[in-house]
Design a protein around this ligand. Sequence first.
Ligand SMILES: *Cc1c(COP(=O)(O)O)cnc(C)c1O
Length: 433
Amino acid sequence: MQNPDEKPLRSFGFHTRSVHAGARPEPNTGARAVPIFQTTSYVFEDPESAAAYFNLQEYGNTYSRIMNPTVAAFEERVGNLEGAIGAVAFASGLAAQSAAFFTLLNPGDHVVASAALYGGTVTQLKHLFRKMSVGLTFVDPDAPENWKAALTDETKLLFAETIGNPGGNVLDIEPVAAIAHGHDIPLVVDNTFATPYLCRPIDWGADIVVHSATKFLGGHGTSIGGVVADSGEFDWSNGRFPVIADPSPAYHGLAFHQTFGGYGYLMKLRAETLRDLGGAMSPFNAFLFMQGVETLPLRMERHVANAVTLAEWLRDRSEVTAVRYPGLDDSPYSSLTKKYLPKGAGAVFCFDLAAGRQAGQEFIRAVELFSHLANVGDAKSLIIHPASTTHRQLDEEELAAAGIGPGTIRLSVGIEDVDDLIWDLEEAFARIA
Ligand SMILES: *Cc1c(COP(=O)(O)O)cnc(C)c1O
């Protein structure tokens, strides 16, 4: 945000930045909301400035696969909220993640990732990246020594979710970041479930944060999108990342880290990976995400309050054998929650029905207010049976590692009146009795 010369500098609070960061009234028209710049391309002033843009000597709009003013406002807002130096938006969370990894990896490199991940991420790492000859080791994320034991000379990044989907594992970010840095590699964290309102991984040592904006950032279940934010702190010239430090043949010999310093990774992510893989966020979706982010802190407070109430209520039901919400006092993650998620452990969690798979599917058939669908982070409450849907592609061992049993039900608790949500679940319990 611009600071008028005569005023002292002020660090604005999170609510203020959720509404204002990255945006100011549009100078040509005075439009207060960020307009949807629904354009593929931008007229250059003259041939010289066009050449300077394409050479990355000047920063200017060229083509909306690489940059767009509406998308840029969203990128700047998320980067600001995460405490990053900047961010690049993508067409989906998985597009953001694959681009974040792709920018860092070469064939023969190796990734160490948490075993407790979103199902689509497991598939992406295990199959897509293996196809590109990237090695992979999944670790139980809960003990930092597991991460250390899995490192090889080829390991180029560590990857985990702040709050694991759907097991609710809370990552002990500080020691895992220290292990990464001891090996001269970055820690990449998927902060989708926490959002920057509940946790800012960069504050605890993470280097790169990825998001599925599809979830809480957007918050209304209208748009698919993703974003990568960078702390700008990692030293890409430490000898381990020639892919960013050395002259790039894909950008006529540009050495990204030397040229752009702390922005080297983000510039390569945009100017090469986004350019070449092409999964750009649409301006219209960026506009909708901006509307969502304005109310992010308000929604998260309500999501968390409702989730705590439901988790405690479910814990006391005889039909339920376990509730895996890291925000419960008796959760094994309770102390990590207090440290990293003092405002709450999000609103997505699983519980296990004693009666197993059949009862799980019956329960889902019985709810009315909860919507049965494969998403999380909507203002509306959502429900799913992971073993037969989102995590269907995983084998038994992978299911167990991800903390999913046959009777596991996943809730994404919305912002409705919590009494109505309890009513809905109560009716469903009665139905399966
Ligand atoms: C949904 C999700 C993704 C993938 O995001 P898309 O926007 O669906 O591509 C990645 N990580 C987590 C934790 C998610 O919940």
